[in-house]
Design a protein around this ligand. Sequence first.
Ligand code: C2E
Ligand code: MG
Ligand code: MG
Length: 642
Amino acid sequence: MKNTISSSRRLIYMLLLLVITASVTLSLVMEHTARNIRRNETPLLNRTIPQMRNLGDFESALLRYQLALDKRFTESITPGRFQLLESMGRGELDAGLLQLRSSLGDGPELAALRAGYLRIIALTPEFERQVGTDPVAARAVLIRMNEEVKALRMRIDALQQQVEDAIYANGTMANRAIGWITGLVHVFDVLALVTCLFMLYHVRARVRVEDELSHQARHDPLTGLAHRRSFEARLAALPDTPHVVVLGTIDRFSRIIGGFGHAFGDRVMVGLAERIRGAAERSGGEVFRLDGANFAILYRMNCGDAQFAEAMSGLRDEVRNPYDCEGHEIFTTLSLGAVSFPLHGANPDALLRNADAALQAARKAGGDRLEVYSQQLNAEAGERLDMESLLRHAVEREELELHYQPQQALQNGGLIGFEALVRWRRMGKLISPAEFIPLAEESGLIVAIGNWVLEQACRQISEWQAETGQRVVVAVNISPRQFAAPGFLAHLEDLLATSHVDPSCLELEITESVMVEDAESAIALLHRLRALGLKLAIDDFGTGYSSLAYLSRFPIHKLKIDQSFVRNMHAVSEQGTIVQATIGLGHSLGLTVIAEGVESETQRAMLSAWRCDEIQGYYYSRPLPAASALNFLEGSLQLQAA
Ligand code: C2E
Ligand code: MG
Ligand code: MG
């Protein structure tokens, strides 16, 4: 591209140089030719043309002189009149000769003319004498005189012919020179025209490239939508008229990438962006792609307008429609956060901050919804920030503790282990992980918290083993971000080495979402964890976006059926069918299946009938502090012994 531009630029410079050289040359040639024409023209004007006129005058005077002779001979004029005409004619002829001298020069031509003239007028006295007395002799003289006149006229004609030839030659030369110049001007015109056309083409191509570059500089290359910087600039330039800023995100888009790869995700993104643009523009909105699955839309209306509600529901319907991409039906939804100018912010910064708070609220509430900003949202966002800064110090202030929920084997009713569940004790109150784990995930604090949980669980396994002499299995929840953190494997290896815990006593619970970003490296890591001797379980099975193809490649030991299925399985027959099918699926893959959230005997009995291997839930026991968990353990050991 760069090469083409520089070579065509070089060609333009060469053409321009050629045009300049041609124009200078053309000017010189024209100047030279004009000088030549002028040089030939001067004698023509000064000598040749007057010569022609003088010869003509002389010849006319001669003819008049001859006419006077003829008239005298036929006696149509009196002798007195003849004498007058004769002397006038001679005067004219003398004057003619004098004029010819100035144009013809005093050369042989003039001498010949003068000689002829003198010969004629030399016969005049004899003619005069004879004409009244002897007509025959007078006639003979007149004949001689006429012959002399004829000879003189022939000489004049010859001279006139010479002058005509000179004029003609000069004209031919001028014509030829003009023809040359005209040809050169045509060549120059063609050259200039070609150069202009080429420059025009080049300039057009350049303008097109510049337009394209400036479009690219303002737009996202994947979707063709204007990008974040354009959005910020647009927002800053908006006049002080009411408008709405909507921030939107495609819910769980990372799962599509995790399931089908980045290239597929890009294609889906292009299609969804087109739909979002179409729907927004139908309501007069302007769409921008900020990054990833995040969009911004500007509307010239108020949040409270019916028109706005219509625009939002149109937008969400458009995205909610299943999207068919390469034979896969993709189901997505939109989370939207909206703010109105000037109600929710007087400047772009405030508007964006509040729109983001509204969007986060929409996402927290499960997505697929529109949240319009309110003061309360701000307060919640503030609280979240406060909580984050307190959570940052929770590990060092020893505010975290682990509770343990027993798990039961359905076959014999015996205890098979515990799930470690973290709690945050703040000012005497226990805060549920459901409240702070998502925050820890978002802020990255989960890595430190997760490491603490792993260390604590290993310490507990060793302690209980020392106290009871029994191997106790403890399951630990591993969050996706912790799983993907760079030092995760190394930390586990260190921990196993320093705590001397039997790796098969430690079970890691991961969720299907670990394969969202990069399924291949997730599978590779699972293999290495399994090679360490650790137990692996998939938590909350059935709630994720899992692909069965991946599941069969996961080197895991256990499936944990999510409590949402267990909760309703006796009331909603479909849920029961799902639980039953999941148990069958797990078994056919050679996995142990555990159901969580079992609260009643009915649920236990159904699971047992469907050959579920294990259960966990309030029916067997609530999560217990470490001391109570030890009691529970000892109690179940005694039961077993009995
Ligand atoms: P989870 O791993 O699915 O844990 C099971 C959750 O269900 C626990 O809630 C437990 O108390 C609750 N549960 C157990 N049996 C029943 C029952 O019969 N009925 C009902 N309604 N609930 C029951 P908890 O302790 O609040 O933990 C919530 C979630 O927080 C966990 O879900 C897990 O995803 C996460 N979590 C807990 N501890 C940790 C941790 O140490 N690290 C990480 N990364 N996540 C943790
Ligand atoms: Mg769990
Ligand atoms: Mg679970």
